[in-house]
Design a protein around this ligand. Sequence first.
Ligand SMILES: [Zn+2]
Length: 129
Amino acid sequence: MVSEVWVPEDILEALLESARRKYPLEVLLFLGGRVKGEVAFVEEILYVPWIEGYSHAMPFLDQLPPGEVIGSFHSHPGSPLPSPEDLAFFVEVGVVHLIAGYPFRRRDVVAYDREGKRIRLRVGQRASF
Ligand SMILES: [Zn+2]
């Protein structure tokens, strides 16, 4: 089980910027990277444009590149707490899930494991990973 996720600063900023742009709609993006032991390293955003704006778009998940997806990022117009639909979605894909709550600052992002348990989110420079 993953207990920690590392996200490069520039990726986190890009995720938050897309959340701001989409507000008050939700944005849903997927995260590529790798998992070593209990730590997940986010290395890229997997843009799947036709999913944006349709949170929990389950029928499309089989279109994602297999093996590269380690999790997801999505935004909430309110608090970053997972909904029952989110919890059902979390177990379907990846091992780490980020939710950004309004107003989408860094401290509004919370990381969860696939069971919806809050995990540690670390933000840093790419080179430090
Ligand atoms: Zn949600």
